[in-house]
Write a new protein. Structure first.
Length: 406
């Protein structure tokens, strides 16, 4: 019967996915030591693409001016992208540079960054210039630029800071997202760093040496421009260094309406990339490019909700069929294989959260995961029915004051 080999193939593929991720998480426990050979002081350009961000921008700019780094050695640039609110005027009131852009047919973060970076890179060429990209709802840790400077002096050309949830305690949804970021944006990148692999780019809290942006220009042609750019860098064997000591904290959606916009953009873009990831993986293995192979494999592996759901569904179906007396060939072996995959996924999840030191209250939000998974698959169904996501859409924000009250 064709179902038996099909289920066996799914189990084998899922086993590879889970073992690989568990391996990366366990590598996070390995020792890591690096020493800077030089002590240059870099000049940083902090770039904030902003579309109608009047609610949060003033507070974000205020906090950026208080970073623990010489104020003369960094400047702040706001890209007011197709704004119809007070974003541009607030930036000017805060005495930071504001680049205003109006292109309705090329609206979005990727286009805004490509336009601004072309302009900024043409203005000055300095071997100690570096460019930081952060979202308009994000807060950098006080040591952010000092840590970027340290890693640049160690030879890093591209750096990704630790990405954390700013409003963790606002709802079970934000706590669940904090667990996801601890697992995917800290535990695994930490393991990759320790064995010399490359991190991905998260679109926020990214630092680039000017030389990189000149040699590999930013492109805004995709709604996943950060993932695309990471692939282009890894193709050239340029490593993205993970920096766990510096954080970028960003708002996450509190309710389903906010989450829907963000998830449509993230997952729609990711699943679009998965179509390209397998050929990239095969080519990178052939070319012995381990950085690109790892990045392509990371794209091929479904998010944890899907990774965990499919074995559970298969287990329920096979178990149900067995109870009513319908047996597929090798049913018991299939059940053992699926159970083993689920066990490894649980070990991977617990190990990752322990390594990330996720607070217990945050980890307990995993009890809400079944509701989130049902919501997510419902969203996928609507996305398929509507033809997917083609344009960039901004996620609605809440002000910092309302977060502080919760």
């Amino acid at each position: 019967m064709v179902l038996t080999p099909l289920i066996a193939a799914i189990i084998a593929i899922w086993l590879v996915f889970v073992i690989y991720q568990l391996f990366l998480v366990l590598c996070a426990t390995l020792p890591h030591r690096s020493i800077a050979n030089i002590s240059d002081i870099h000049h940083f350009h902090l770039i904030i693409p902003a579309h109608n961000e009047e609610m949060l921008l003033r507070e974000v700019l205020h906090r950026l001016k208080e970073l623990e780094y010489d104020n003369h050695l960094y400047d702040i640039i706001v890209i007011a992208d197709n704004c119809i609110d007070a974003t541009a005027s607030i930036a000017k009131q805060c005495d930071v540079r504001c680049l205003e852009r109006f292109e309705e047919d090329r609206k979005g973060k990727g286009y805004a960054l490509a336009w601004a970076l072309d302009m900024l890179l043409a203005e000055r060429i300095d071997t100690l210039d570096a460019y930081v990209i952060l979202d308009a709802d994000s807060i950098l840790s006080q040591n952010f630029l000092a840590e970027m400077n340290r890693l640049l002096n160690q030879g890093a050309k591209v750096i990704q800071a630790r990405y954390v949830v700013l409003n963790t305690n606002d709802s079970w949804r934000t706590r669940l997202m904090a667990c996801a970021l601890d697992l995917a944006h800290h535990a695994k990148p930490l393991g990759r760093r320790n064995i010399g692999l490359s991190d991905g780019l998260k679109g926020n809290g990214m630092c680039f040496h000017g030389e990189i942006l000149r040699n590999v220009p930013w492109s805004g042609e995709s709604i996943t421009e950060d993932i695309d750019y990471a692939l282009r860098l890894n193709e050239r064997r340029i490593r993205i260094v993970y920096c766990p000591a510096a954080t970028v904290s960003a708002q996450m959606p509190v309710d389903s309406k906010q989450a829907e916009t963000q998830r449509e953009r993230w997952e729609g873009g990711r699943y679009g990339l998965m179509k390209r990831a397998l050929p990239i993986f095969i080519k990178s293995v052939y070319n012995n490019n381990i950085l690109l192979a790892d990045r392509a494999l990371d794209i091929l592996i479904p998010p944890f909700a899907e990774l965990f759901s499919l074995p559970i569904v298969l287990l329920a179906i096979l178990g149900g069929l067995k109870l009513i007396g319908f047996h597929l060939p090798y049913t018991n072996w299939l059940l053992i294989g699926i159970s083993f995959v689920i066990l490894l996924e649980i070990v991977y999840l617990i190990a990752g959260l322990i390594i990330a030191k996720t607070p217990l209250r945050t980890a307990l939000s995993l009890l809400q995961a079944p509701f989130y998974i049902l919501w997510k698959f419902g969203l996928y169904a609507r996305m398929i029915a509507s033809g997917g996501v083609r344009n960039w859409n901004r996620t609605e924000r809440q002000d910092f004051g309302s977060m502080a009250k919760k």
